[in-house]
Design a protein around this ligand. Sequence first.
Ligand SMILES: [Cu+2]
Length: 133
Amino acid sequence: MVTKSSILGLIAALAVVLIAVSIVGEDVNNQIPKIETVSESGSSQACVDSGCYTPSVLTVKSGTVVTMTNTDSFGIHTFTSGTVDGFTPQPDGMFDSKVLMSGDFYERKFSQKGTYDYYCTLHTWMTGQIIVE
Ligand SMILES: [Cu+2]
């Protein structure tokens, strides 16, 4: 039997689902602002296709502080802004973590919208991108 209260209950349940969907949708544009290095990314180029940084493309909103951590216990790495032409680094001077020992991290706030390429100065096959929206 359909009662007035069961219909109200159904509407309430639907509202909860819609709110949950909208929160999940928001999270897509609001990734956790951290980037890590892939294990052993410095000792071989096996990571190139899947990404030597993870995520290899990070999208954040302007004003976000991004934490870049060397989680690779097998090597030292950098997060240096710029591009790599062949194996020749072309730093653009926007940011540079300098050498990070395993476990070390570097933080930078991204206030300006744009696309920021970066690479590892020690292993120039390691490249990534930060997109600030
Ligand atoms: Cu490296």
